[in-house]
Design a binder for this molecule. Structure first.
Ligand code: NAD
Ligand code: UDP
Length: 317
Protein backbone atom coordinates (compact mmCIF):
# COMPACT_ATOMS: atom_id res chain seq x y z
CA UNK A 1 0.00 0.00 0.00
CA UNK A 2 1.20 3.50 -0.84
CA UNK A 3 0.69 6.47 1.37
CA UNK A 4 2.88 8.82 -0.65
CA UNK A 5 1.24 11.02 -3.26
CA UNK A 6 1.70 10.25 -6.97
CA UNK A 7 2.32 13.49 -8.81
CA UNK A 8 2.57 14.09 -12.56
CA UNK A 9 4.63 17.06 -13.74
CA UNK A 10 4.26 17.87 -17.44
CA UNK A 11 7.20 19.87 -18.75
CA UNK A 12 9.16 18.35 -15.86
CA UNK A 13 12.51 18.51 -17.67
CA UNK A 14 12.22 22.26 -18.24
CA UNK A 15 13.46 25.12 -16.12
CA UNK A 16 10.56 25.40 -13.64
CA UNK A 17 9.48 21.77 -14.00
CA UNK A 18 12.85 20.35 -12.97
CA UNK A 19 12.91 22.49 -9.81
CA UNK A 20 9.36 21.42 -9.03
CA UNK A 21 10.18 17.69 -9.49
CA UNK A 22 13.15 18.09 -7.16
CA UNK A 23 11.06 19.79 -4.47
CA UNK A 24 8.27 17.20 -4.73
CA UNK A 25 10.78 14.35 -4.37
CA UNK A 26 12.26 16.08 -1.32
CA UNK A 27 8.74 16.30 0.12
CA UNK A 28 8.45 12.50 -0.25
CA UNK A 29 6.17 12.28 -3.30
CA UNK A 30 6.34 9.82 -6.22
CA UNK A 31 7.01 11.95 -9.29
CA UNK A 32 6.31 11.18 -12.94
CA UNK A 33 7.97 13.70 -15.25
CA UNK A 34 6.43 13.89 -18.72
CA UNK A 35 8.31 15.87 -21.36
CA UNK A 36 8.90 15.87 -25.11
CA UNK A 37 12.32 17.55 -24.59
CA UNK A 38 11.54 20.42 -26.95
CA UNK A 39 13.16 22.94 -24.59
CA UNK A 40 13.77 20.69 -21.58
CA UNK A 41 16.96 18.67 -21.18
CA UNK A 42 18.13 15.50 -19.50
CA UNK A 43 20.80 17.61 -17.77
CA UNK A 44 18.06 19.49 -15.90
CA UNK A 45 16.88 16.27 -14.26
CA UNK A 46 20.27 14.53 -14.01
CA UNK A 47 20.72 15.28 -10.29
CA UNK A 48 17.66 13.19 -9.32
CA UNK A 49 17.17 10.93 -12.36
CA UNK A 50 18.08 7.84 -10.34
CA UNK A 51 15.91 8.71 -7.36
CA UNK A 52 13.77 5.63 -6.57
CA UNK A 53 10.56 7.70 -6.59
CA UNK A 54 11.28 9.43 -9.91
CA UNK A 55 10.22 8.34 -13.39
CA UNK A 56 10.61 10.07 -16.78
CA UNK A 57 8.26 9.53 -19.73
CA UNK A 58 9.04 11.01 -23.15
CA UNK A 59 5.63 12.12 -24.33
CA UNK A 60 4.01 15.04 -26.13
CA UNK A 61 1.03 16.37 -24.17
CA UNK A 62 -0.87 17.13 -27.36
CA UNK A 63 -1.56 13.35 -27.32
CA UNK A 64 -3.61 11.65 -24.60
CA UNK A 65 -1.86 10.11 -21.62
CA UNK A 66 -3.04 7.48 -19.15
CA UNK A 67 -1.38 7.31 -15.76
CA UNK A 68 -2.73 6.88 -12.23
CA UNK A 69 -1.89 9.98 -10.22
CA UNK A 70 -3.29 12.09 -7.38
CA UNK A 71 -2.05 15.48 -8.58
CA UNK A 72 -1.06 17.00 -11.93
CA UNK A 73 1.09 20.08 -12.46
CA UNK A 74 0.64 21.11 -16.10
CA UNK A 75 3.78 23.04 -17.06
CA UNK A 76 4.45 21.70 -20.55
CA UNK A 77 4.86 24.64 -22.94
CA UNK A 78 7.88 26.57 -24.17
CA UNK A 79 8.01 29.83 -22.21
CA UNK A 80 10.56 32.02 -23.94
CA UNK A 81 9.38 34.17 -26.86
CA UNK A 82 12.14 32.75 -29.12
CA UNK A 83 11.06 29.17 -28.42
CA UNK A 84 7.30 29.62 -28.46
CA UNK A 85 7.47 31.59 -31.73
CA UNK A 86 9.64 28.91 -33.39
CA UNK A 87 6.57 26.73 -34.14
CA UNK A 88 3.57 28.86 -33.15
CA UNK A 89 0.97 26.28 -34.22
CA UNK A 90 2.58 23.66 -31.99
CA UNK A 91 2.67 26.22 -29.14
CA UNK A 92 -1.09 26.75 -29.31
CA UNK A 93 -1.65 23.00 -29.63
CA UNK A 94 0.53 22.38 -26.58
CA UNK A 95 -1.46 24.86 -24.50
CA UNK A 96 -4.92 23.94 -25.74
CA UNK A 97 -4.75 20.23 -26.65
CA UNK A 98 -2.33 19.73 -23.77
CA UNK A 99 -4.84 21.27 -21.35
CA UNK A 100 -7.69 19.17 -22.78
CA UNK A 101 -5.65 15.97 -22.44
CA UNK A 102 -4.47 16.71 -18.91
CA UNK A 103 -7.92 17.87 -17.78
CA UNK A 104 -9.39 14.69 -19.28
CA UNK A 105 -6.85 12.65 -17.36
CA UNK A 106 -7.60 14.57 -14.14
CA UNK A 107 -11.31 13.96 -14.62
CA UNK A 108 -10.80 10.23 -15.21
CA UNK A 109 -8.58 9.64 -12.16
CA UNK A 110 -10.15 12.46 -10.05
CA UNK A 111 -6.78 14.17 -9.65
CA UNK A 112 -6.25 17.74 -8.53
CA UNK A 113 -4.74 19.78 -11.39
CA UNK A 114 -2.54 22.89 -11.46
CA UNK A 115 -2.14 25.05 -14.55
CA UNK A 116 1.00 27.10 -15.16
CA UNK A 117 -0.70 30.14 -16.66
CA UNK A 118 1.14 33.37 -17.24
CA UNK A 119 1.18 37.13 -16.86
CA UNK A 120 1.02 37.13 -20.68
CA UNK A 121 -2.77 36.64 -20.34
CA UNK A 122 -2.74 40.37 -19.43
CA UNK A 123 -0.96 41.19 -22.73
CA UNK A 124 0.38 44.77 -22.87
CA UNK A 125 -1.52 45.84 -19.75
CA UNK A 126 -3.37 49.12 -19.26
CA UNK A 127 -3.77 48.37 -15.53
CA UNK A 128 -0.70 48.57 -13.33
CA UNK A 129 0.26 46.61 -11.30
CA UNK A 130 -1.83 43.74 -12.65
CA UNK A 131 -4.56 42.30 -10.44
CA UNK A 132 -6.31 39.01 -11.18
CA UNK A 133 -9.59 40.74 -12.07
CA UNK A 134 -7.96 42.66 -14.95
CA UNK A 135 -9.17 41.05 -18.19
CA UNK A 136 -6.10 41.85 -20.27
CA UNK A 137 -5.07 43.61 -23.47
CA UNK A 138 -3.83 40.98 -25.90
CA UNK A 139 -3.27 41.33 -29.65
CA UNK A 140 -4.90 38.20 -31.08
CA UNK A 141 -2.96 38.54 -34.35
CA UNK A 142 0.61 39.25 -33.25
CA UNK A 143 3.60 36.94 -32.90
CA UNK A 144 3.03 36.51 -29.14
CA UNK A 145 -0.61 35.47 -29.61
CA UNK A 146 0.14 31.74 -30.06
CA UNK A 147 1.33 31.72 -26.46
CA UNK A 148 -0.94 34.37 -24.92
CA UNK A 149 -4.15 33.12 -26.51
CA UNK A 150 -3.19 29.46 -25.98
CA UNK A 151 -2.75 30.15 -22.28
CA UNK A 152 -5.99 32.17 -22.13
CA UNK A 153 -7.90 29.32 -23.76
CA UNK A 154 -6.31 26.86 -21.32
CA UNK A 155 -7.61 28.97 -18.41
CA UNK A 156 -11.09 28.87 -20.00
CA UNK A 157 -10.89 25.07 -20.25
CA UNK A 158 -9.80 24.78 -16.62
CA UNK A 159 -12.78 26.81 -15.41
CA UNK A 160 -15.20 24.94 -17.67
CA UNK A 161 -13.97 21.60 -16.26
CA UNK A 162 -14.32 23.09 -12.79
CA UNK A 163 -17.94 24.16 -13.38
CA UNK A 164 -19.02 21.28 -15.62
CA UNK A 165 -17.19 18.37 -13.97
CA UNK A 166 -16.45 19.69 -10.46
CA UNK A 167 -12.74 19.19 -11.07
CA UNK A 168 -10.36 20.47 -8.40
CA UNK A 169 -8.34 23.12 -10.25
CA UNK A 170 -5.55 25.52 -9.35
CA UNK A 171 -4.58 28.25 -11.83
CA UNK A 172 -1.40 30.28 -11.23
CA UNK A 173 -0.52 33.30 -13.36
CA UNK A 174 3.25 33.16 -13.25
CA UNK A 175 5.27 36.35 -13.83
CA UNK A 176 8.88 36.46 -15.10
CA UNK A 177 10.88 33.87 -13.17
CA UNK A 178 14.61 33.24 -13.35
CA UNK A 179 17.29 31.04 -11.85
CA UNK A 180 19.62 28.10 -12.47
CA UNK A 181 18.61 25.70 -15.30
CA UNK A 182 17.24 28.43 -17.54
CA UNK A 183 18.24 27.53 -21.06
CA UNK A 184 21.36 29.57 -21.97
CA UNK A 185 20.09 30.22 -25.53
CA UNK A 186 16.39 30.65 -24.90
CA UNK A 187 16.47 34.38 -25.51
CA UNK A 188 14.91 35.38 -22.19
CA UNK A 189 16.38 38.52 -20.78
CA UNK A 190 18.03 37.23 -17.58
CA UNK A 191 19.81 34.32 -19.27
CA UNK A 192 20.76 36.49 -22.26
CA UNK A 193 22.27 39.27 -20.15
CA UNK A 194 24.14 36.93 -17.80
CA UNK A 195 25.63 34.81 -20.60
CA UNK A 196 26.60 37.94 -22.55
CA UNK A 197 28.15 39.53 -19.46
CA UNK A 198 30.13 36.40 -18.55
CA UNK A 199 31.50 36.26 -22.09
CA UNK A 200 32.23 40.03 -22.08
CA UNK A 201 30.06 40.28 -25.19
CA UNK A 202 27.66 43.18 -25.90
CA UNK A 203 24.51 43.25 -23.76
CA UNK A 204 21.57 43.30 -26.18
CA UNK A 205 19.10 45.86 -24.83
CA UNK A 206 15.87 45.90 -26.85
CA UNK A 207 14.37 49.36 -27.39
CA UNK A 208 15.48 52.07 -24.96
CA UNK A 209 15.35 49.64 -22.02
CA UNK A 210 12.64 51.71 -20.31
CA UNK A 211 10.16 48.79 -20.41
CA UNK A 212 9.69 47.20 -16.99
CA UNK A 213 9.44 43.67 -15.60
CA UNK A 214 9.52 42.16 -12.10
CA UNK A 215 11.67 39.05 -11.62
CA UNK A 216 10.97 36.21 -9.22
CA UNK A 217 13.65 33.75 -8.12
CA UNK A 218 12.73 30.15 -8.98
CA UNK A 219 12.73 28.80 -5.39
CA UNK A 220 10.15 31.40 -4.37
CA UNK A 221 7.98 30.59 -7.35
CA UNK A 222 8.01 26.85 -6.69
CA UNK A 223 7.07 27.45 -3.05
CA UNK A 224 4.08 29.53 -4.22
CA UNK A 225 3.00 26.86 -6.73
CA UNK A 226 3.15 24.09 -4.11
CA UNK A 227 1.22 26.21 -1.60
CA UNK A 228 -1.47 26.81 -4.20
CA UNK A 229 -1.76 23.07 -4.89
CA UNK A 230 -2.06 22.41 -1.14
CA UNK A 231 -4.61 25.20 -0.57
CA UNK A 232 -8.28 24.41 0.14
CA UNK A 233 -10.33 23.47 -2.94
CA UNK A 234 -12.18 26.80 -3.04
CA UNK A 235 -8.84 28.47 -3.86
CA UNK A 236 -9.04 27.81 -7.59
CA UNK A 237 -7.18 30.94 -8.64
CA UNK A 238 -6.31 32.54 -10.88
CA UNK A 239 -3.61 33.71 -8.48
CA UNK A 240 -0.69 35.90 -9.51
CA UNK A 241 2.68 34.42 -8.52
CA UNK A 242 5.66 36.70 -9.00
CA UNK A 243 7.92 39.19 -7.32
CA UNK A 244 6.46 42.70 -7.12
CA UNK A 245 9.90 44.36 -7.23
CA UNK A 246 9.63 46.16 -10.59
CA UNK A 247 12.60 47.55 -12.50
CA UNK A 248 13.42 48.69 -16.00
CA UNK A 249 15.30 46.35 -18.32
CA UNK A 250 18.04 48.98 -18.47
CA UNK A 251 18.41 48.71 -14.67
CA UNK A 252 18.57 44.93 -14.99
CA UNK A 253 21.39 45.23 -17.54
CA UNK A 254 23.33 47.56 -15.22
CA UNK A 255 22.82 45.20 -12.27
CA UNK A 256 24.04 42.16 -14.22
CA UNK A 257 27.15 44.07 -15.36
CA UNK A 258 27.80 45.13 -11.75
CA UNK A 259 27.38 41.62 -10.29
CA UNK A 260 29.54 39.91 -12.91
CA UNK A 261 32.16 42.68 -13.03
CA UNK A 262 31.85 42.37 -16.80
CA UNK A 263 33.52 44.57 -19.41
CA UNK A 264 30.43 44.27 -21.65
CA UNK A 265 28.93 47.40 -23.19
CA UNK A 266 25.22 47.90 -23.85
CA UNK A 267 24.07 47.63 -27.48
CA UNK A 268 20.57 48.70 -28.45
CA UNK A 269 18.44 46.44 -30.67
CA UNK A 270 14.91 46.97 -32.03
CA UNK A 271 12.07 46.32 -29.59
CA UNK A 272 10.20 43.12 -30.57
CA UNK A 273 6.58 43.45 -31.78
CA UNK A 274 3.99 43.65 -28.97
CA UNK A 275 6.67 43.73 -26.25
CA UNK A 276 4.72 44.79 -23.11
CA UNK A 277 5.72 48.25 -21.88
CA UNK A 278 5.30 47.49 -18.19
CA UNK A 279 4.57 44.45 -16.10
CA UNK A 280 4.39 43.92 -12.35
CA UNK A 281 2.21 41.60 -10.30
CA UNK A 282 -0.14 42.67 -7.56
CA UNK A 283 0.28 39.69 -5.20
CA UNK A 284 -2.25 40.73 -2.54
CA UNK A 285 -4.35 37.63 -3.27
CA UNK A 286 -1.39 35.23 -2.93
CA UNK A 287 -0.37 36.96 0.29
CA UNK A 288 -3.89 36.53 1.64
CA UNK A 289 -4.86 33.01 0.57
CA UNK A 290 -1.43 31.33 0.40
CA UNK A 291 0.41 33.36 3.04
CA UNK A 292 3.11 33.58 0.39
CA UNK A 293 5.45 36.24 -0.85
CA UNK A 294 8.89 36.05 -2.48
CA UNK A 295 11.87 36.07 -0.12
CA UNK A 296 14.96 36.12 -2.37
CA UNK A 297 16.15 39.64 -3.27
CA UNK A 298 17.08 40.28 -6.92
CA UNK A 299 20.82 40.65 -6.39
CA UNK A 300 21.00 37.43 -4.35
CA UNK A 301 18.99 35.47 -6.95
CA UNK A 302 21.04 36.92 -9.79
CA UNK A 303 24.23 35.98 -7.92
CA UNK A 304 23.11 32.32 -7.71
CA UNK A 305 22.09 32.35 -11.36
CA UNK A 306 25.42 33.87 -12.42
CA UNK A 307 27.23 31.10 -10.50
CA UNK A 308 25.18 28.48 -12.40
CA UNK A 309 25.89 29.96 -15.85
CA UNK A 310 29.54 30.46 -14.96
CA UNK A 311 29.85 26.70 -14.26
CA UNK A 312 27.81 25.86 -17.35
CA UNK A 313 30.01 27.95 -19.64
CA UNK A 314 33.10 26.31 -18.17
CA UNK A 315 31.48 22.97 -19.04
CA UNK A 316 31.02 22.02 -15.40
CA UNK A 317 27.24 22.21 -14.86
P1 NAD B 1 10.79 25.66 -20.31
O1 NAD B 1 10.75 25.89 -21.77
O2 NAD B 1 12.11 25.56 -19.62
O3 NAD B 1 9.97 24.34 -19.92
C1 NAD B 1 8.87 23.86 -20.66
C2 NAD B 1 8.97 22.35 -20.71
O4 NAD B 1 7.83 21.84 -21.42
C3 NAD B 1 10.22 21.87 -21.46
O5 NAD B 1 10.84 20.83 -20.72
C4 NAD B 1 9.67 21.37 -22.78
O6 NAD B 1 10.48 20.37 -23.38
C5 NAD B 1 8.30 20.87 -22.37
N1 NAD B 1 7.33 20.82 -23.46
C6 NAD B 1 7.06 21.78 -24.37
N2 NAD B 1 6.09 21.36 -25.21
C7 NAD B 1 5.73 20.11 -24.79
C8 NAD B 1 4.79 19.17 -25.24
N3 NAD B 1 3.98 19.40 -26.30
N4 NAD B 1 4.69 17.97 -24.58
C9 NAD B 1 5.49 17.71 -23.51
N5 NAD B 1 6.41 18.57 -23.05
C10 NAD B 1 6.51 19.77 -23.67
O7 NAD B 1 9.90 26.81 -19.64
P2 NAD B 1 9.66 27.18 -18.11
O8 NAD B 1 10.17 28.53 -17.89
O9 NAD B 1 10.10 26.08 -17.23
O10 NAD B 1 8.07 27.27 -18.08
C11 NAD B 1 7.27 26.22 -17.56
C12 NAD B 1 5.81 26.64 -17.59
O11 NAD B 1 5.63 27.82 -16.80
C13 NAD B 1 5.29 26.96 -18.98
O12 NAD B 1 3.98 26.46 -19.10
C14 NAD B 1 5.29 28.46 -19.02
O13 NAD B 1 4.30 28.95 -19.88
C15 NAD B 1 5.00 28.81 -17.57
N6 NAD B 1 5.52 30.13 -17.23
C16 NAD B 1 6.86 30.33 -17.04
C17 NAD B 1 7.32 31.62 -16.76
C18 NAD B 1 8.78 31.89 -16.51
O14 NAD B 1 9.14 33.05 -16.32
N7 NAD B 1 9.65 30.92 -16.49
C19 NAD B 1 6.43 32.69 -16.69
C20 NAD B 1 5.08 32.44 -16.91
C21 NAD B 1 4.63 31.17 -17.17
N1 UDP C 1 15.01 41.87 -23.66
C1 UDP C 1 16.15 42.63 -23.93
N2 UDP C 1 17.27 41.97 -24.38
C2 UDP C 1 17.32 40.63 -24.54
C3 UDP C 1 16.16 39.85 -24.24
C4 UDP C 1 15.01 40.51 -23.81
O1 UDP C 1 16.16 43.86 -23.78
O2 UDP C 1 18.38 40.12 -24.93
C5 UDP C 1 13.80 42.56 -23.16
C6 UDP C 1 12.53 42.22 -23.91
O3 UDP C 1 12.36 43.08 -25.00
C7 UDP C 1 11.47 42.43 -22.82
C8 UDP C 1 12.18 42.06 -21.54
O4 UDP C 1 13.57 42.11 -21.82
O5 UDP C 1 11.11 43.80 -22.77
C9 UDP C 1 11.81 40.66 -21.02
O6 UDP C 1 11.97 39.76 -22.10
P1 UDP C 1 11.78 38.19 -21.94
O7 UDP C 1 11.86 37.61 -23.31
O8 UDP C 1 12.70 37.67 -20.91
O9 UDP C 1 10.32 38.00 -21.33
P2 UDP C 1 8.88 38.63 -21.63
O10 UDP C 1 8.98 39.68 -22.70
O11 UDP C 1 8.06 37.48 -22.03
O12 UDP C 1 8.53 39.24 -20.33
Amino acid sequence: MYSRKHVLVTGGAGFLGSHLCERLLAAGDEVICVDNFFTGTKDNIAAFRDHPHFEVVRHDVTFPLYVEVDEIYNLACPASPVHYQFDPVQTTKTSVHGAINMLGLAKRVRAKIFQASTSEVYGDPEVHPQTEDYKGHVNTLGPRACYDEGKRCAETLFFDYYRQHALRIRVARIFNTYGPRMHPDDGRVVSNFIVQALKNEPITLYGDGGQTRAFCYVDDLIEGAMRLMAAPDEVTGPVNLGNPHELSIRELADTVIEITGSKSKIEHRPLPTDDPVQRCPDISLARKVLKWEPKVPLKEGLGRTVAYFDELLKGGA
